[in-house]
Design a protein around this ligand. Sequence first.
Ligand SMILES: NC(=O)c1ccc[n+]([C@@H]2O[C@H](COP(=O)([O-])OP(=O)(O)OC[C@H]3O[C@@H](n4cnc5c(N)ncnc54)[C@H](O)[C@@H]3O)[C@@H](O)[C@H]2O)c1
Length: 442
Amino acid sequence: MKLSIIGTGYVGLVTGVCFAEHGNQVICVDIDRNRIKALTRGEVPFFEPGLNNLLVRNTKEGRLQFSEDLAETVKSAQVHFICVGTPESIDAGKLDTEGVSSVARQVGKFTVADDVLVIKSTVPVGTAVDLSARISKEMQKQLQIVSNPEFLREGTAVEDFMKPDRVIVGLKDARSSAAAVMRRLYSPFVRTGNPILFMDHNSAEMVKLASNGYLATRISYMNELANLCEATGASVSMVRKGMGLDSRIGHRYLFPGLGYGGSCFPKDIQALIYLGKGYSFGSRIVKAVHEVNAQQRQNFLKKITNHFGASLQGKKLAIWGLSFKPNTDDIRDAPSLTIIEALLELGAQVHVYDPEAMRNVRTIFKDRIHYEANLNDGLKNADALCILTEWNLFRSPDFEKIKSLMRSPVIFDGRNLFTDVDLKRLGITYYYMGQPAVDGYG
Ligand SMILES: NC(=O)c1ccc[n+]([C@@H]2O[C@H](COP(=O)([O-])OP(=O)(O)OC[C@H]3O[C@@H](n4cnc5c(N)ncnc54)[C@H](O)[C@@H]3O)[C@@H](O)[C@H]2O)c1
């Protein structure tokens, strides 16, 4: 099938590359000229494991192209995927769908009957229905609009797209030609029997927000429990393990830490809160989820000021991990940004290391912090090490070396990587999320 993909960010590029890998003819369009130039040269403009090889292969074999020309691209395809960003708008909490609707109207101009317009961006409930009505009124044209929310996770995006747990398809009529197109496109991705689920537009849009809301709720719930463990002396690691073994609960998304960040959970939670504002019952649970999440970053900072005192003047802090989660260079709403800003305000000298996200962080903090080339350089004469992202690289460090390099061997671990290690025996003071430091050891 001939596809146009509009927006070549984490979602659009992965979508385009994966559909090309399954034999479709794909053209990806973006308004960012530099991005299109880089992609044409075979360069992925962000870090996503496995994406580069697929991009290069599919481009070389002629199934994947890149363009700045939306009109020409749309004219040459039958199915059009909108994958542009939907950031939080100035109307706090509301998802900004200006980009989606402007692209939809442009696509509408150049499509012919039977073309399918797929909304993959995360949008507020009601968007597809509104857009259908507006386009048919403004253009006297009936476009087949499909809601097809995306569930990939950055860091494992290619694998997630290639093997989805389910494909959600929202449309007017499950017997329409648009439904047949979606079934044909996605069948190769669900050969092990995972379902392609057809439903109405509003339900499809709600599935996306509801899923992210639920996952964020698990994270905040576990963080609240971590704080209760800290207050009562229970071990949050054991509590997590004990809970997760219940087959009704499971282990995933139950790790205490600095809370969620990134480009999706924070804004999708805000979108749910915003949605609830329109109704008398509101969105009380997700409001609390957001509050707990924001507080968790402050709780981490409190551990540092409890140890050193309110001023960090003259203190050197090394930081491992900047991206909002491992295996990505994405720092949108990353806990590291809030924490570094607060440490600087308290007077600390901050030395950071991350395997992939340094370039992005440099655009924000510029020369206010120090960028280290490896794990160890920032530790030299440091007063403490803060771990903010759980990259695999950080999981089994040489503790003797850490100790020998630092001025004082103190670790503040926002991701609970070493709760099973006897750091006290090694002479390292260890603070982590959910357990009080007793005698220098949590
Ligand atoms: N990132 C994720 O993990 C993820 C997962 C699931 C869903 N989503 C949703 O998917 C959507 C896209 O997210 P993303 O992370 O890929 O965004 P992104 O910011 O990484 O990429 C968006 C791209 O769209 C381009 N763009 C903007 N306006 C355009 C226009 N008019 N024409 C052509 N291109 C245009 C931008 O230049 C950019 O390259 C959002 O709604 C997001 O909530 C994201």
